[in-house]
Design a protein around this ligand. Structure first.
Ligand SMILES: O=C[C@H](O)[C@H](O)[C@H](O)COP(=O)(O)O
Length: 228
């Protein structure tokens, strides 16, 4: 079952935690397993949550939290992913926490991805790519995203403004999410760079060159993979 696999991956990541560390805590169902296990083992250190949801959970299990501005060093960040390819490139943001997650992953000395093995893909892109955008001029930003995608050879992909309870989904930072169904992503880095150049785009769910280790939960245990 996928949830057992997520828990196995989360449990394996605990081996990388040391007392006194400053941790980045990811968001989503797999990261939630990690946060709960960390609380259960009485983690002696401090942590930065990547969402309000994770902050609530971490507080509930007794983890000591700090804000990002209270430290200059993050020893280890542990987070889930929606897709991970062999190079360690990821699609993230299915839960809408991509901006805070990306800031923390990029600043962490070590970034470990934990996921069930269904997220282990040869090529990114089956999962729609989340792109966080400002609410201001969202229509114009979507138009600019379409033009950028066309220039990169993505033929007429479907773009959907994500909905939440009672309207459009809003991130913890008050932004909106556009989910882009690309089918396949051949080169993640230039796509991320081109989309991020658009002024109304806050960030994308493509995490490239950030991953140090991937831990996939399987039916019988875990599979660890170092990015190629
Ligand atoms: O915004 C959400 C995050 O990027 C999650 O880490 C990602 O969506 C994976 O979530 P889950 O572990 O629930 O599959």
């Amino acid at each position: 079952m996928s949830d057992d696999k997520k828990q196995r991956a989360a449990a394996a990541a605990l081996a990388h935690v040391r007392p006194g560390m400053t941790l980045g805590l990811g968001t989503g169902s797999t990261a939630a397993h990690f946060v709960k296990l960390l609380g259960d083992q009485g983690f002696e250190g401090q942590a930065i949550p990547t969402s309000e949801e994770t902050a609530r959970l971490a507080e509930a299990v007794g983890i000591s939290l700090i804000t990002p501005d209270e430290t200059t060093r993050i020893d280890l960040a542990v987070d889930g992913a929606d897709e991970a390819d062999p190079s360690g490139a990821l699609i993230k943001g299915g839960g809408g926490a991509l901006l805070r997650e990306k800031i923390i992953a990029q600043q962490a000395q070590t970034f470990i991805v934990i996921a069930d093995d269904g997220k282990d893909v040869v090529q990114l892109g089956q999962f729609p790519l989340p792109v966080e955008v400002t609410g201001f001029a969202v229509g114009l930003t979507i138009q600019a995203i379409r033009s950028t995608l066309a220039a990169l050879g993505y033929e007429d992909p479907s773009l959907t403004l994500r909905r939440g309870e009672g309207g459009f989904f809003q991130t913890d930072g008050g932004h909106l999410i556009v989910d882009i169904a690309l089918g396949r992503i051949d080169e993640a880095e230039p796509l991320d760079a081109a989309l991020t150049m658009i002024p109304g785009v806050v960030t994308t769910g493509l995490f490239v060159g950030l991953t140090d280790l991937m831990i996939f939960g399987t039916e019988s245990g875990v599979r660890e993979a170092v990015p190629t």
